[in-house]
Design a protein around this ligand. Sequence first.
Ligand code: SF4
Ligand code: SF4
Length: 183
Amino acid sequence: MALTPISGRACDGCTACCSFPPIRTEVLQKPANTLCPHCTIGQGCGVYAARPAVCQGFFCGWFFLPELGPEWHPNHSGVVIRSEYFSQDTITLLVLHLTAFLVSEDFAGMVGSWVEAGIGVEFERLGPPGYLPAKMRMNELLEEAVAARDLREMHKIFAWSLAHIDQDHTWEPDGVVLHTDLA
Ligand code: SF4
Ligand code: SF4
């Protein structure tokens, strides 16, 4: 899997990764699913030059996977692909918003192609502010529907899985208390 950002891809005003992850650095600590105090929605980082290394080095999967069309940009899809798990040969799809894209043929087709290629596929949802996200492996659940090219069944499994994570997971606190030394 390529790890060089594809030329021409941009955040385009998305600030999702200044919100969903917990940040634990010496100069900035921020709980999960809370907006960083230095971020302005739609504009970005107010301490860009001084932002921690963890922020400087982060690109979501949108930047790395050439097979993704513009509809996969987090602004449109509501989905952030967690590039942190690429090294485990896994595509983790953090579903931030339940959008029409999730019931599109494009989404099901791409997820199906990853399942057929033997790549791990996980769905992930955010917990309440200050709690870690939770994820579910999808491959075994989807195998039959993917083999049968049964889009309707795939969509049912997507909906069931996301609802299951939201309703049945016991969310764990991340233990991070907001603190910043950045101006
Ligand atoms: S989630 Fe992706 S597109 Fe959105 S701000 Fe982060 S790196 Fe940029
Ligand atoms: S320091 Fe800047 S880049 Fe890092 S999370 Fe905060 S706003 Fe985003």
